[in-house]
Design a protein around this ligand. Sequence first.
Ligand SMILES: [Zn+2]
Ligand SMILES: [Zn+2]
Length: 115
Amino acid sequence: MQVFHGERREQEIDIVLSDRQQEARPKGEGLTPYQGKKRCFGEYKCPKCKRKWMSGNSWANMGQECIKCHINVYPHKQRPLEKPDGLDVSDQSKEHPQHLCEKCKVLGYYCRRVQ
Ligand SMILES: [Zn+2]
Ligand SMILES: [Zn+2]
């Protein structure tokens, strides 16, 4: 008499859950309202001395130092330069304070040279 042993299934099926954690956010920290790659127009306000300034050399996730407090300030408002409204023109005549601009410091040269 033949005894049939039950089928042996010793394969352990490991269900590898692909729990890829897709980050909804891009890697950028999102420190600024603008998250593009280009230069834009930014408005800054120092939280310490309340000094306000504007710059046509504003970048995503880059701040500018307050000339008085020497703290890095991120722009609270940013908009693309594509729409010239006169404000950027005035900025071009002004000297860009490279020693205060985080982007310039990171690059090691005048950030306006970036296309
Ligand atoms: Zn300040
Ligand atoms: Zn700069």
